[in-house]
Each structure stands twice: as C-alpha cells, then as structure tokens.
Design a protein around this ligand. Structure first.
Ligand code: ADP
Length: 231
C-alpha cells in the first residue's frame, strides 16, 4: 500500500531524510515517531507529492509519486501539520467545496456523513475561523476522509488538543484504521500506544527503529526511543 525505497531529501545542502525505506501494508496503523526536526513532515510531504525527494522512489497503492501523482493523491487523505483551512468559509461550505474537488456524487449526503463521523455536528453552522483548535482538527480530518481514501496520512493530528478532544479524535482515527492504511506522525509516545499497531522511529532523517507493538511493551518502546534519539 505504501512503499518507500531509499528516500533521501536534501534541503539547501542539509539532509532532512537519509536513505529511508519501509513498507506499510493494509490493516496497519503506523506511528512515525521522532523528535522535532527528525524529518517526519518531510517524508509525509514527499508521499503526498507536495515536494519531490532528492533521491529514491515511493509508491501508494502501486502508483509511483513520479509517474502518477494525481492517482497518488486520489488514494490519500492528508491532514497536513498546520492544517490549512479557509477560515472565512462555513464548515459545510468548505466540505462541499472539498467534495466537489474530488467529484463526489451525492455531495451533500457525504458532507453530512463526515460531519457526524468526526463529531462536528454542534459546530457545523459556524465559520471555520470561529472554531476551536479541536474542531478545526475535526474539519481537517473530515476533508481527509471525505473521498474515502485507502490511505490516511496525518501529520501530528492531535497536537494542541485538550484531553477530551484527544480521546475523540483518537477514536475517529482508530476507527478509520480498521479499513484503511494509516501513517501518522507524532513526537508523543502515548499517541503511538493509543492508536498504532506499529512504531517507526526516525532521528536526524534516518530510520532507527521499526517495531510491531504486539512485540514490545510501552516501557521498552519508551526506553528505545530515548536510546535511539539521544544524540
Ligand atoms: P519533523 O516533521 O520531524 O519535525 P521536518 O521534516 O519538518 O521534521 O524537518 C526536517 C529537517 O528539514 C529540519 O532540520 C528542518 O529544519 C528541515 N526543513 C524542513 N523543511 C525545510 C525547507 N522547506 N527548507 C529547508 N529546510 C527544511
């Protein structure tokens, strides 16, 4: 579903990703862990065809990021790190606009379905600019899910949420993970424990650890994280 082969990214002489390779298969919710600046967002931007790698190849559901970026984008729902939204638009207006971009049939029904799924109903008559951070994240998730993509790529989806919002967003992501491949980034260990089946740690652009969570306790993972990122 997601195949990453020897991806390197150099920004102005600085290596942000260094020969990263891994595969994510159906049924996996993979947490991409790493300190700030490790290269998580860069990898996600490459997978979603926002920026090209310097070297290496990646494909999503068999579509190469070089040969068929449009097909890649169709397969992916993406929540970028800073979740850019049109603040002056109303929630429904924005989601209908997004649905229109994907050419979704029965657009209004789908928008209502998404509003319910992500728990936006009580705030759904507001402009996006009037929403709290947690509700803006829900709008971002709704736009990522609206075309029912096979792959979800979520860049720090729970940053800045209060504990209640955190629980709700986690459960939406977990539920989505039952039928989709999910790659989410975080620098918070508990996030991985709460949502993921596998944890990949990157540090200074290198993949330094890759574990199925069934095979490692949360304490072992925490210790490993400190060990491999402590430099
Ligand atoms: P993370 O998401 O893990 O915090 P990033 O992928 O944002 O890490 O950044 C990885 C490294 O690449 C950092 O050193 C960052 O400063 C650098 N970087 C990211 N984007 C750019 C850019 N557009 N131009 C130059 N350097 C960048």
């Amino acid at each position: 579903m997601i195949e990453i082969n020897n991806i390197t990214k150099i920004y102005n002489g600085q290596k942000a990703l260094d020969n990263v390779s891994f595969t994510v298969k159906e049924g996996e919710v993979v947490g991409l862990l790493g300190p700030n600046g490790a290269g998580k967002s860069t990898l996600m931007k490459i997978l979603t065809c926002y920026i090209p790698p310097t070297e290496g190849e990646a494909s999503i559901c068999g579509h190469s990021i070089y040969d068929d970026p449009l097909a890649v984008r169709r397969e992916i729902g993406y929540l970028p790190e800073h979740n850019p939204l049109y603040l002056e638009m109303y929630v429904r207006e924005f989601l209908r606009f997004t649905a229109g971009i994907y050419g979704i049939k029965n657009c209004n029904d789908r928008v209502e379905e998404m509003i319910e799924l992500v728990g936006l109903t009580p705030e759904s008559n507001k402009r996006i600019g009037q929403l709290s951070k947690g509700y803006r994240q829900r709008v971002g998730l709704a736009q990522a899910l609206i075309h029912d993509p096979k792959v979800l790529i979520l860049d720090e989806p729970t940053t800045g949420l209060d504990p209640n919002q955190l629980e709700e967003i986690r459960s939406v992501i977990k539920e989505a993970g039952k039928s989709k491949v999910v790659l989410l980034s975080t620098h918070i260990m508990q996030e991985v424990e709460a949502m993921c089946s596998r944890a990949i740690i990157i540090n200074h652009g290198r993949l330094v650890s890759d574990d199925v969570l069934e095979h490692i306790t949360s304490q072992q993972l925490t210790e490993k994280f400190h060990k491999v990122t402590n430099n």
